[in-house]
Design a binder for this molecule. Structure first.
Ligand SMILES: Cc1cc2nc3c(=O)[nH]c(=O)nc-3n(C[C@H](O)[C@H](O)[C@H](O)COP(=O)(O)OP(=O)(O)OC[C@H]3O[C@@H](n4cnc5c(N)ncnc54)[C@H](O)[C@@H]3O)c2cc1C
Length: 510
């Protein structure tokens, strides 16, 4: 009755479509190494690379295949321009630490550039200025404050009152000498190096727990123990909480990307509009031609309404700005955001000396993943690192963020119960082919998807992570959890964690 059907395949990114996949076996036995890294996205790969530079023996495991998570769906601007950020950051952590934040990210950018050069990696790396721009008076005020912050922080910049692609622009702020690349070409080259250096890499191996101790072990879904001196969680949402209460301190935010051939070229640069809905633009190479990646329309995962409306929004913006000749790919994914908007990089909690975490990159993970790699490398080697106190997950949280913390939690709590209380009159018969949604079936509420050939796929809509109600995402054909971002296929399989178990399918299907 069923066909193999994994929702996200329809929403392949240009990067994934345009690169070779490595293939590695699953773990079938207990293993030991100096460092066990869980997660094979940019954070896991960059961190493994750093560990080998420091002479450590490394194992990497990934629940799926390497680079198919958020990293495979990014827009890959390598920049310290993290949206309109620095004016607020100076208020939040003070000038000296804000300077260190910029320095950490600039160092990371230079590290990537130096590595590309050293290993002669063909990854379309290009130096470009990164622009924030606005078409609104209120935006000009924000950008002026940001410009002031750039001056105080010593960031190389340019102020503009027009941009070639948008006549109605009021102001633009450039951070000069930033960069963009093809993330998977870069990371695949690092993976080749890791293999040469003897790093053991395993795919289709899910970490489900940790046995703490002097020599901690990652426990896999099949019950194997991967014992190391150090464990590093690079699983995006931390796979192991260790009483760090991460599920109350981070939330996922979804964004969309369209790759298109445009009628007008994008002027040299990478762009981010700061008016809502925010839109991002950069070029990429596709089969020798220049195409444009149009990104944005972000919202909390599972709470954005009809996903196809967001793709339409991007295409309308692309058409109005550059003219769209052909849409090549559409995709969406989410990134983790911390309560105070600064990544969590460091010891899992202050009680963990040998378990580390890197998460919460707020859609700026190209540089912050590399900040994580070097910072965690220093912590492991017992070296002092100037950025430790900025990124430590154990940092104190100010009152204003505690308010946000409560707001986020009430939102999660609401999602825990609201879906369960909501009744539905919709039945399977109401679904059109190719449509999914919550239906009433045999007097019970469940999630249903009707395929084009009329097959019905039913799932229990209770997320197997912490019990929130998943919501149907019609564009990607996935069930998405609004609380922590787990995503499930129409057959209930985990497409993206933190959930480790599939949705229940205890219903008789048609
Ligand atoms: C639309 C969008 C655009 C973006 N654009 C930019 C940009 O222009 N510039 C920028 O700097 N950043 C950008 N970002 C952010 C950046 O892409 C992310 O911060 C980064 O890719 C996160 O990488 P990661 O390795 O931490 O996570 P992932 O790439 O998601 O990797 C985590 C890996 O862990 C594995 N995993 C999860 N759970 C387990 C488990 N239990 N056991 C084993 N393995 C597990 C997963 O399978 C996955 O492969 C963007 C983000 C989005 C959403």
């Amino acid at each position: 009755m069923e066909q193999e059907h994994k929702g996200l395949e329809q929403a392949k990114s240009l990067w994934i479509a345009d690169s070779q996949k490595h293939s590695f076996p699953a773990v079938h036995e207990d293993l030991t190494a100096d460092v066990i890294i869980v997660g094979g996205g940019i954070t896991g790969i960059a961190t493994a690379f750093e560990m080998t530079e420091r002479g450590l023996d490394v194992i990497i495991i990934d629940a799926d295949q390497l680079l198919q998570g958020t990293t495979g769906h990014t827009t890959a601007k390598i920049t310290s321009q993290h949206d309109v950020y620095y004016h607020e950051l100076i208020q939040q952590i003070g000038m000296p630490k804000a300077r260190l934040y910029v320095e950490a990210n600039e160092n990371a950018k230079e590290l990537i550039q130096a590595r590309v050069k050293k290993y002669d990696i063909d990854c379309q790396l290009e130096v470009k200025d990164a622009y924030l721009y606005t078409k609104e008076e209120s935006g000009v005020k924000k950008l002026k404050k940001e410009l002031d912050a750039y001056k105080q922080l010593g960031i190389d910049r340019e102020w503009k009152t027009s941009l070639p692609f948008a006549a109605d622009i009021k102001a633009a702020l450039a951070m000069t000498q930033q960069a963009q690349f093809h993330p998977l070409h870069y990371l695949n080259a690092l993976i080749d190096q890791l293999v040469e250096r003897g790093v053991r890499i395993y795919e289709q191996t899910t970490a489900v727990d940790v046995k703490e101790g002097n020599r901690p072990a990652v426990i896999t879904k099949d019950g194997h123990h991967l014992t190391g001196r150090y464990i590093i969680s690079c699983s995006h949402f931390p796979f192991y909480d260790g009483k760090g209460l991460y599920f109350t301190r981070i939330h996922p935010e979804q964004s969309y990307v369209v790759a298109a051939k445009t009628t007008k070229p994008l002027p040299d640069g990478m762009y981010l509009g700061i008016d809502q809905p925010a839109h991002s633009l950069r070029t990429a190479e596709w089969h020798g031609e220049e195409v444009v990646l149009i990104g944005g329309e972000g919202h909390k995962t599972g709470q954005g309404g009809d996903e196809s409306a967001h793709y339409e929004g991007l295409e309308r913006f692309g058409e109005a700005t550059l003219g769209i000749e052909e849409v090549l790919y559409r995709w969406s994914t989410h990134d983790m955001v911390t309560m105070d908007q600064i990544p969590y990089i460091g010891r899992l909690t202050k009680h963990h000396q040998n378990i580390f975490v890197a998460t919460g990159f707020r859609k700026w993970g190209m540089t912050t993943s590399h900040v994580a790699a070097t910072l965690i490398g220093d912590l492991i080697e017992g070296k002092s690192n100037p950025y430790e106190s900025i990124f430590t997950p154990s940092r104190p949280v100010s009152d204003s963020f505690v308010k946000d913390f409560v707001k986020e939690n009430s939102n999660v709590a609401a999602n825990l119960i609201s879906g369960k209380l909501k009744r539905t009159d919709q039945t399977i018969d109401d679904l059109k082919p190719g449509e999914g949604g919550i239906v009433s079936y045999e007097h019970k509420k469940c999630g249903a998807f009707k395929s084009e050939d009329g097959n019905i796929f039913l799932v229990d809509t209770t997320c197997t992570h912490l019990g929130c109600e998943v919501a149907w995402n019609n564009s990607d054909r996935t069930w998405d959890c609004p609380c922590h971002g787990s995503r499930f296929s129409i057959t209930g399989e985990v497409v993206e964690g933190p959930a480790k178990k599939p949705l229940k399918r205890s219903y008789k299907e048609q």
